[in-house]
Design a binder for this molecule. Structure first.
Ligand code: ADE
Length: 427
């Protein structure tokens, strides 16, 4: 029995879903095949994702493949209540609404787990973590899971290293056809879109400080520049959470050579009109930074969890914390400066109502990786490890993304293939 905010919202939710469906041709094609082959027949899938219209089309696609689907949200603020109501009316068990408190949030994840799923889809790893900590009896039944986002994969990598991961999890985030487009172009557009929707302020001419220059930070910085902001990039040196890939100092150099100003946050604090965190780490903007910020500075977080901005400290430093309007709060500091926080420091690009998630075409690609990876798990016997998305799936999704846009690539000639495989020929 679903629990949503208001089932009367389903008419509007159906309209939202229709628009998403019309613009997700990749999932449509996958769904057609799933309908014939029924890869999830007799299986139950437990979902913990941002429940909005694009996610709805993924869930429909899984149902077309024969699955029974139960879903909660992976964040207390990101459920589109209209869509949740519509999905509940389509035969999906939905336990989600925007504005859940922490207790309700975990209760809803638990309710999904009560469906005793065979497969899981998670975004941020709260669901997988709950199975490992509180619902251990389900471990034997769960064939595997897919994880959507960088933060979740980082957590899973730590679990695997500690020998605590008890079933296979496919790192959807790490597929090229996910992170190169979703993290970079998707986060960029959805973050700016949400900030503009929440504040209605001009970005041109503003100094915007982007903290974290991973794929999300790269995209956000590029788009901010595109709308005329002066962008400062902040990175830290070293590698956090993963050994491979560029270190922070490589990313800082890349930002510099891309034409951005680069400095540490202490120096950027007095300059910024807008601060956007995208690090996936904790206590990034703290007391020493709030102390130096200008009157009117706006803070937003584009990372998965609401722990990048030290809101507790900001509140302690303030004489007043006031709601201004939806998605905007004002902190009046004891010296009279005002600092504005968007969406309670939760991921701004998804927190309702200003956050609407990544553009539809982007999620069509990311959720195609999800659907095909889940099918892969359902057909495989995998060890309890973090599993990369199979290269065939990664390549197929990119090929499909081009195909639905009518773009055909030629294959390298035989001569070119032989040349690429040879070492004898030089100048
Ligand atoms: N919509 C649904 N899931 C999303 C995600 N992980 N990022 C952005 N938009 C989304």
């Amino acid at each position: 029995m679903s629990k949503v905010k208001d089932s009367k919202l389903s008419k509007e939710g159906l309209e939202e879903l229709e628009w998403a469906r019309e613009n997700m041709p990749m999932l449509a094609r996958i769904g057609e095949r799933f309908e014939k082959e029924r890869p999830f027949k007799g299986m139950s899938i437990g979902v913990c994702l941002h429940l909005e219209k694009k996610t709805g089309i993924l869930l429909e696609t899984l149902m077309r493949g024969g699955a029974k689907v139960s879903a909660s949200s992976c964040n207390p603020l990101t459920t589109d209540d209209r869509v949740a109501a519509a999905l509940a009316g389509e035969g999906i068990e939905v336990y989600a609404w925007a504005g859940q408190n922490e207790k309700e949030y975990y209760q809803n994840i638990n309710r999904v787990l009560d469906s005793e799923p065979d497969l899981l889809i998670d975004d941020g790893c709260d669901q997988i973590f709950m199975v490992h900590m509180k619902r251990k009896e389900l471990i034997g039944k769960i064939k595997g899971a897919c994880e959507e986002t960088t933060t979740g994969v980082t957590r899973l990598r730590a679990m695997e290293k500690a020998g605590k991961l008890k079933f296979p999890v496919v790192a959807v985030n790490d597929a090229y056809s996910k992170f190169l487009f979703d993290n970079r172009f998707g986060t960029a557009q959805s973050t700016l879109d949400a900030i503009m929707r929440a504040t209605n302020k001009l970005l041109a001419g503003k100094t915007a400080v982007v903290i974290g220059f991973g794929w999300c930070g790269r995209g956000i910085s590029e788009r901010l520049r595109g709308v005329g902001a002066n962008v400062i990039v902040v990175e830290t040196s070293g590698r956090l959470g993963r050994e491979e890939g560029p270190a922070g100092q490589h990313k800082a150099l890349e930002a510099l050579y891309s034409g951005f100003r680069v400095m540490n946050l202490e120096d950027a604090a007095p300059e910024g009109d807008l601060f956007i965190t995208s690090t996936g780490n904790i206590n990034i903007i703290t007391k020493k930074h709030f102390e130096k910020m200008k009157d009117g500075a706006i803070l937003a977080n584009a990372g998965h969890f609401n722990n990048e901005i030290d809101i507790g400290e900001l509140a302690k430093m303030s004489s007043k914390r006031q709601r201004v309007k939806e998605n905007v709060e004002r902190f009046v500091m004891k010296d009279g400066r005002r600092i504005y926080l968007l969406s309670e420091g939760r991921l701004v690009n998804l927190a309702r109502p200003s956050g609407q998630g990544h553009p539809i075409e982007i999620m069509d690609g990311s959720f195609s990786v999800q659907a095909l990876s889940l099918e892969f798990i359902s057909k495989s016997r995998l060890p309890p490890k973090l599993i990369p998305v199979p290269r065939e799936i990664d390549d197929e999704v990119a090929e499909l993304a081009l195909a639905v846009k009518g773009i055909k690539l030629s294959k390298p000639t035989k001569e070119q293939q032989e040349y690429a495989a040879s070492w004898e020929e030089g100048t």
